[in-house]
Design a protein around this ligand. Structure first.
Ligand SMILES: Nc1ncnc2c1ncn2[C@@H]1O[C@H](COP(=O)(O)OP(=O)(O)O)[C@@H](O)[C@H]1O
Ligand SMILES: [Mg+2]
Length: 232
């Protein structure tokens, strides 16, 4: 599931509300954040999310999950010992991918949310790309990003990303509120004092604030316009 929207449009809020709903559904919701650091921590957004996993009552993880132990100091004592590191970098990356898969599979029903993917480092993006191509069973992956901060012509997981067959998926594109949607919360708060003129003034102000955040002419889509596809 991809959630796309310009800065300030409500990406984080939507994810927060969705997490609250999902947490009531007997599954783990693990969230990691991309911070555009000059020297990002290796796989920081993913390890940030995985270290929050609740491991109580979980059966032992398979040996492949051990490669995560050095990156997850907190639950390390619940993980198998780390296997010997392959000498080459691609071998180490493969081990890590395997470890993330085994760990997430062992957790049971889980939603992994990675926020602000436009600021992701390359290593993490590749890891997420490979994970998305072959999702562990019972894992839902949610990625949020600002389209305007992607590299020109870029897609969020890179050109190699294709929606894997046999899985459900959607792109939610958050757009700015239209005038009637701005009026709604004003009416809820103020009742009859929320006149049409007040609604229009609030709308103009919100659009002006939006204009200050980004250049004009960047489109005005309805808030929930999205492409949905579902297979299997
Ligand atoms: N549906 C909503 N109703 C009321 N306030 C909202 C809603 N969505 C976002 N906001 C408010 O708008 C501001 C920006 O939202 P945020 O989710 O942080 O944007 P983003 O992550 O897209 O930059 C926040 O103050 C947030 O509380
Ligand atoms: Mg945000």
């Amino acid at each position: 599931m991809l959630v796309e929207g310009e800065a300030g449009v409500g990406n984080s809020r939507l994810i927060r509300e969705a997490s609250i709903e999902l947490a009531g559904e007997r599954q783990q919701v693990l969230t990691g954040f991309c911070h555009p650091l000059r020297e990002p921590f290796p796989y920081g957004p993913v390890t940030d999310a995985l270290r929050k996993a609740d491991l109580t009552g979980r059966p032992a993880f398979p040996p492949t999950a051990g490669a995560l132990a050095p990156l997850l100091p907190d639950p390390a004592d619940r993980l198998p010992p780390p296997p010997e590191q392959p000498a080459d970098a691609s071998g180490r990356r493969f081990r890590l991918l395997q470890a993330v898969r085994s760990f997430l599979t062992g957790l049971g029903p889980t939603t992994l949310i990675v926020v602000d993917l436009h600021g992701v480092d390359e290593a993490t993006r590749d890891l997420l790309l490979l994970l998305a191509r072959d999702l562990p069973p019972r894992l839902s992956l949610v990625l949020t990003y600002r389209a305007e901060d992607l590299p020109p012509g870029g897609t969020v997981l890179g050109a190699a990303h294709r929606h894997p067959p046999g899985t459900a998926g959607a792109v939610i594109r958050l757009g700015p509120l239209v005038e009637s949607e701005v009026r709604e919360p004003a009416s809820a708060a103020l009742g009859p004092h929320a006149t049409t003129a007040l609604g229009a003034a609030l709308y103009r102000r919100s659009e002006a604030a939006r204009g200050r955040r980004r250049p004009p002419g960047s489109g005005s889509r309805s808030r929930w316009e999205g492409r949905r596809s579902s297979r299997g």
